[in-house]
Design a protein around this ligand. Structure first.
Ligand code: SAM
Length: 255
């Protein structure tokens, strides 16, 4: 998969994507990153990429022309048409389903704004989709792009040493992940649950499923809302809730 980063600071995203699973995915040739700086396509001695916003008020806006030329060069660099995503707090919020969708594309271009953002005409003419990483405002799109690159790169086939680990992660089947433990078995902070040491794979799978259901119900009830649980899952969750004894009288989640 090819990812093009259009940004005033493309090295920022490049460096974020240099470690661990993502760095390895790049070394293995599963993902390539190319940076494109609109300043390289700006004219004049000052290579101006921003100007004041029409209508008055504070803040600068990223100009259409340097971005248009930069995007044209980016598009021409490879015959595969890029899916152009503008990172903006006004976009559709990123979730694992969207990450999977983006990860399946052959070519993705991530447009990072700065200042008050990008001139709306450029967005209307060049952008396929607007994506937000959450309801807060960053000073630039680079961190958001790095988040997308990380989430998308680790899903490339061969990026994770154990392919199963991604399918067991939170959100993959609409649930949070179960808790995990490692050595030592006994520690001042507690003991590893006996079932995980039993070697009984069916019992371990059942325990993990129950923990995932319980955690999701407790921490993210919105993920379960409107979802019909199978009889087996419902029984596991009911048993988990009885064991916890923590819910309110009305059965609402509580921590
Ligand atoms: N004036 C814009 C608004 O209120 O919608 C915010 C501009 S922000 C200071 C500058 C740039 O940071 C945006 O153009 C966008 O690329 C990026 N950005 C900020 N918050 C973001 C978020 N939650 N998700 C994705 N990108 C974000």
């Amino acid at each position: 998969m090819r990812i093009d980063i259009v940004s005033l600071f493309p090295e920022f995203v490049d460096q974020c994507a240099g470690f661990g699973v993502v760095g390895r995915a790049r070394e293995r040739g599963l993902v390539s990153l190319q940076g494109w700086n609109p300043r390289d396509y700006a004219e004049g001695n000052y290579r101006k990429v921003d100007d004041r916003t029409f209508g008055g008020g504070p803040g600068m806006v990223m100009l259409v022309e340097p971005l248009r030329r930069c995007l044209a060069a980016m598009r021409e660099a490879d015959p595969v048409r890029p899916h152009v995503v503008y990172l903006t707090p006004q976009g559709r919020q990123l979730d694992q389903a969207k990450v999977r969708e983006l990860a399946a594309l052959p070519r993705l271009a991530l447009l990072c704004g700065r200042y008050e953002g990008v001139d709306e005409r450029l967005v209307q003419a060049e952008v396929d989709e607007e994506v937000s990483i959450g309801d807060y405002v960053l000073s630039g799109g680079e961190l958001a792009a790095a988040v997308v690159v990380d989430a998308v790169a680790r899903l490339q086939e061969g990026a994770l040493n154990d392919a199963d680990s991604a399918s067991q992660d939170s959100f993959e089947d609409g649930l949070l992940d179960c808790p995990h433990y490692s050595h030592p078995v006994e520690h001042a902070y507690g003991t590893v649950p006996e079932v995980l040491r039993s070697g009984n794979h069916a019992a371990i799978a059942r325990w993990r499923r129950q923990q995932a259901l319980g955690r999701t119900w407790q921490r993210r009830p919105d993920l379960l809302a409107g979802r019909a649980l199978s009889k087996a899952d419902q029984a596991l969750l009911d048993a988990w809730r009885r064991e916890q004894g923590g819910e309110g009288q009305d059965g609402t989640p509580g921590r």
